[in-house]
Design a protein around this ligand. Structure first.
Ligand SMILES: [Zn+2]
Ligand SMILES: [Zn+2]
Length: 244
């Protein structure tokens, strides 16, 4: 049942990271937008930039045909009418795939200031570079077939046969509340293509630390897993939020 996963391992950066590198926080590549910083489609609040992943850096990540960048933005407004009211039960998040000229300049428009008062607004993501690491990833108990559970496989498996609950792609989804992969409208079961985590203690240089450098708190040490249907592609993407 072993799969390969790539842990992104976000590390806080002392210096600004150029817009044309994969990273979290800071100034994103704005060329995926027309002329304005993106706003929440439910409350109009300027979105916070979370993460961008380039095909040049992670060629085995899921990129629909013609795209070379994947970005996530998030509505930080605790008073957003969709706050914890979407299917994902979290802040509304917005995904973008695009095709950008890797040698071009970044667009120059700036993020409008946060409108929500500080106490009612999630913090910006701390700017982080990635120190990616390939790992073996094993399913959570609920993803084992019944005959293996009947055999007692989850009692035999030791710590090393675990799934990683961190920011990663490939591998198995972390299970906290016991959701399974969602079904697509076409009848196929969707597969995970990305997972965003709260805690990132898997960096060997940072042992003992719990929360990720990026400062993103997804509920109570939660994860967001992103799924797509292999047949239906982009339009089938959905995310599931899980926390303790
Ligand atoms: Zn909003
Ligand atoms: Zn489908």
């Amino acid at each position: 049942m072993k799969k390969n996963a790539t842990l992104l391992v976000p590390i806080a950066s002392d210096n600004p990271i150029p817009f044309n590198q994969s990273k979290m926080g800071g100034i994103p590549n704005l060329n995926i937008f027309e002329s304005e910083w993106p706003v929440c489609e439910y409350c109009g609040h300027p979105l916070h930039f979370v993460i961008q992943i380039y095909k040049k850096d992670f060629p085995d990540f899921y990129f629909p045909d013609g795209s070379n960048i994947f970005s996530i933005f998030r509505c930080p407004n605790f008073d957003c009418p969709k706050w914890y009211k979407t299917d994902a039960f979290d802040h509304p998040i917005f995904l973008y795939f695009g095709e950008v000229d890797m040698n071009g300049e970044n667009k120059t428009f700036e993020k409008p200031p946060d409108r929500a008062v500080k106490e009612r607004c999630e913090n910006e993501v701390v700017e982080c570079y990635f120190k990616p690491r390939k790992v073996d990833d094993y399913p959570d108990r609920i993803d084992y077939p019944q005959e293996l559970l009947d055999y007692g496989v989850d009692e035999i498996l030791s710590e090393e046969f675990k799934h990683h609950q961190y920011t990663k792609y490939g591998g198995w989804p972390a299970r906290i509340q016991g959701d399974k992969n969602p079904d697509c409208k076409c009848g196929k079961v969707k597969s995970m293509f990305f997972q965003l985590g709260t805690d990132e203690p898997d960096d060997p240089d940072k042992k003992g630390e719990f929360f990720g450098d990026h400062g993103l708190e997804l509920g109570d040490v939660g994860v967001i897993t992103f799924y797509k249907c292999d047949d239906c592609g982009l339009k089938s993407i959905e995310s599931i939020f899980e926390c303790y």
